[in-house]
Design a protein around this ligand. Structure first.
Ligand code: BMA
Length: 292
């Protein structure tokens, strides 16, 4: 499989705003959803400013490229577990609500946390949902599996899932995907975007890190009936650091994504370049379907 994402020529599509102290230095790793009825792309992005604490900003767009932003963050640390920041949001719509999974970062480490919203401004906070150990890269599966909610997360170096009846208590943790020896994803992996349903299986975007700490992106396909069963994955990365904004920045050689959106005939992959800015790369759905 040698699928490659195509970068949008207008990249980077979002940059820090120097005049806003909370997002003056870096903005990256945004979650994006497209609401077909409204014709709007909603983005929640990770922002860092003068105090080095990650907050979540909101941006909205009609074309998926040009975004209007709010002056103030829409989600900021509110507990000791979040004292150093709320990082890397991922969004899943279930019913009328959007569920944001994010990393709560503090001196105690990283914990998977959740909040839900109907409007991206006001939130119901669930707090830390996996309290026991360092854990991150979380996203909610868009459907119930055998009557239960399913959560993706990452306990190094693997991608895990857990299950819940009520979204608060998570059990039955198991590994569903691991790094591969001597490959671009040899050190650790984590989910990118919540999977998209296709006729062949659940298409997941994921990131892989190698021993040189280069972050790349790939696809993985999971069984339609049993989404914990991996069918295949990209032998070669579908996107890797190449442009200057991906190679130089807060953390060099990073393409890191929290969002894949189905829009017209394409998948749109939104990604952070070098933990510095937001960028967009696309691939025709047909091309992906041919390979899988
Ligand atoms: C991960 C997360 C991401 C970041 C990546 C590369 O551990 O912190 O937010 O993009 O590292 O630095």
């Amino acid at each position: 499989m040698s699928l490659k994402l195509k970068r949008d020529l207008r990249n980077p599509i979002l940059l820090p705003i120097r005049e806003h102290s909370w997002e003056s230095r870096f903005i990256f790793n945004g979650a994006v959803v497209y609401d077909k009825k409204e014709g709007l792309f909603h983005m929640l992005y990770r922002a860092m400013g003068v105090d080095d604490i990650s907050r979540i900003g909101y941006a909205v767009s009609t074309d998926g490229v040009h975004f209007s932003r709010l002056d103030k963050p829409v989600f900021s640390p509110a507990s000791d577990f979040e004292a150093k920041g709320c990082e890397d949001p991922r969004l899943t719509k279930i019913g009328d609500n959007y569920y944001m999974l994010y990393t709560a970062y503090s001196k105690n480490g990283m914990r998977v946390s959740m909040a839900s919203t109907g409007n991206f401004i006001t939130w119901k906070r669930y707090g830390v949902i996996l309290p026991d150990q360092d854990d991150k890269d979380a996203a909610l599966f868009p459907e119930k599996v055998n009557g239960r909610y399913m959560l993706y997360h990452r306990i190094e170096p693997n991608i895990w899932v857990s299950f819940s009846d009520d979204l608060h208590h998570w059990t039955d943790h198991k590994t569903i995907m691991s790094p591969r020896k001597d490959a671009w994803d040899s050190l650790k992996i984590g989910i990118g975007a919540p999977p998209i349903k296709t006729s062949h299986g659940w298409l997941m975007l994921y990131h892989g890190v190698d021993r040189n700490m280069v972050y790349r992106l790939g696809f993985a396909l999971f069984d339609l009936d049993d989404p914990t069963k991996l069918i295949r994955r990209s032998n070669e990365p579908i996107l890797e650091p190449q442009e200057d904004f991906e190679r130089f920045g807060q953390v060099p050689n990073v393409v890191f994504s929290d969002a894949m959106v189905q829009y017209n005939e394409n998948y749109l992959v939104y990604y952070g370049g070098a933990d510095n800015c937001m960028a967009l790369a696309t691939i025709p759905i047909k091309e992906v379907e041919k390979e899988f």
